[in-house]
Design a protein around this ligand. Structure first.
Ligand code: CMC
Length: 428
């Protein structure tokens, strides 16, 4: 295969090297384009632009393939737990037993919040959006861990990662308790990662929440499936913010803001609202599909479509099966699951969705699973963020460790006024 391309700009011909990834991805290297020709490229949504080289996650959007550090996502449904997957994403290989034990201990040691951070919750309105609280509090953590703002070695990176991955659960659960006016539950060091989160969310002073194995496994699966997804909007945000040498806490806080958007992580909330509207009789599944296809209507079929997948999102496939399994294990039914299945069936038989190759994405079934665990809708995107945090940290580290990294600074095509003179106020 050719290792360079020839580009003609006016009467100039230049050679552009073609870079190749380990799985055969090919990219034109245009880093010298402007210097050599004076022109830049135009790719406003970056759909054709590789932001970096990365060894963390591989996606084949045509085939519906997703791998973390080379391991197919399907293999994570049986064995590893979230903490193991998190360490692997960040440090590049599966941890040895002693490494996993050390990291788990670090998580336990760091699960509490400084009382100063805890008191901040008293000043937040009870109905505040949990994603706003999460972003603000992650940023706020920087005040308490100033020794970790400059991460110059692997050990301090691990310490910062452990603080973030551990405390994010506590922050999430405290914000939920605040929204209900309930006292916070301190973490229980004897519980595993997911069980501890559920305990902090749901235990009452007079009644310990007993976490069943089924629910703990389902939450573990949820977090793993969300743990990384290469250069998505929030992860690119981490890279952009981190490229200015901003610290890890600030970079992850910025990523939470990006994830909040309804076209990104916020889609899981939109899906539930859509399913609930259909359930309440405000909309039939057929009308929902009709509205999603109507170009004069901003409504979309939430949980469908993806910038990279032109096939079934493998995470959606796993989550759909997990819903069936968990509802069977818990001997429960959810009418929203039946509605989701019906919507999927209608969409996958409709030429609009078929022609555009729009399939269910990770957000289509995740909310139904979270709902089965008793997680309220306004915490869905927060759960996505808890899951995605290892991925954000892994990308921040990968970029930070790469000596060739420069500040990310795109170009633009200026379409404003040509040079104009200032008009004094009285003459306007
Ligand atoms: N409902 C209706 N039409 C859609 C949808 C949808 N969910 N998704 C894409 N389209 C249409 C889009 O309008 C365009 O139509 P046309 O060619 O006539 O202009 C066509 O399909 C191609 O869209 P695209 O260029 O592939 O979309 P994109 O890459 O700009 O956007 C997306 C990707 C995920 C933002 C979009 O599919 C969407 O808005 N989906 C609904 C929101 C959602 O579920 N987001 C979660 C994404 S996965 C997890 C995550 O990233 O957080």
């Amino acid at each position: 295969m050719a290792d360079k391309a020839i580009l003609t700009v006016g009467d100039q011909k230049i050679e552009l090297p073609i870079l190749e990834g380990t799985e055969g991805d090919r990219a034109l290297d245009i880093t010298k384009l402007r210097d050599q020709t004076g022109v830049v490229t135009f790719d406003p949504s970056l759909g054709n632009t590789s932001l970096c080289r990365s060894a963390i996650t591989f996606i084949d959007g045509e085939q519906g393939v997703l791998r973390y550090r080379g391991i197919p996502i399907e293999q994570f449904t049986v064995k590893p737990n979230f903490v193991e997957a998190a360490w692997m994403l960040i440090f590049g290989r599966l941890p040895k037993r002693e490494e996993l034990v050390r990291f788990s201990n670090l998580l336990t040691e760091n699960e509490l919040l400084h009382e100063g951070v805890k008191h901040q919750f008293q000043h937040i309105p009870p109905d505040a959006p949990p994603m706003a609280i999460l972003s603000a509090t992650l940023s706020h953590l920087a005040c308490y861990h100033q020794e970790l703002l400059a991460l110059e070695d692997e050990e301090s990176l691990e310490a910062a990662a452990a603080r973030l991955i551990s405390k994010v659960r506590t922050i999430a659960a405290f914000s939920y308790r605040r929204s209900l006016g309930l006292p916070v539950n301190y973490p229980d060091p004897h519980l595993r990662y997911c069980a501890n989160f559920l305990h902090m969310m749901f235990s009452l002073p007079y009644q310990q929440y007993i976490v069943t194995r089924e629910v703990e496994d389902a939450l573990n699966l949820m977090f793993i499936l969300h743990a990384d997804h290469e250069q998505n909007c929030s992860t690119s945000t981490v890279r952009i913010v981190g490229s200015a040498k901003a610290n890890l806490f600030a970079s992850c806080a910025a990523a939470v803001c990006a994830l909040w958007g309804p076209l990104h992580g916020g889609a899981n909330v939109e899906v539930m609202e859509m399913l609930q509207r259909i359930h309440d009789g405000g909309l039939s599944p057929e009308d929902c599909i009709r509205e999603a296809k109507d170009k004069t209507n901003p409504f979309r079929l939430y949980g469908f479509g993806h910038r990279v997948y032109r096939n079934y999102d493998p995470r959606a496939k796993i989550l759909k099966e997990a819903c069936d399994k968990v509802f069977h294990q818990l001997k429960r039914k959810d009418p929203l699951l039946d509605i989701a299945r019906k919507l999927e069936e209608l969409a996958l038989a409709d030429p609009y969705f078929v022609d555009r190759r729009l399939y269910p994405n990770v957000d289509f079934y995740s909310g139904i699973l979270l709902r089965a665990m008793g997680i309220p809708t306004n915490m869905f995107t927060v759960c996505f963020a808890i899951g995605r945090l290892p991925g954000w940290i892994a990308h921040w580290k990968e970029q930070h460790d790469d000596p060739s990294t420069k500040i990310l600074r795109p170009r633009q095509i200026y379409t404003g006024q040509p040079k104009t003179d200032y008009t004094p106020l009285e003459k306007r």
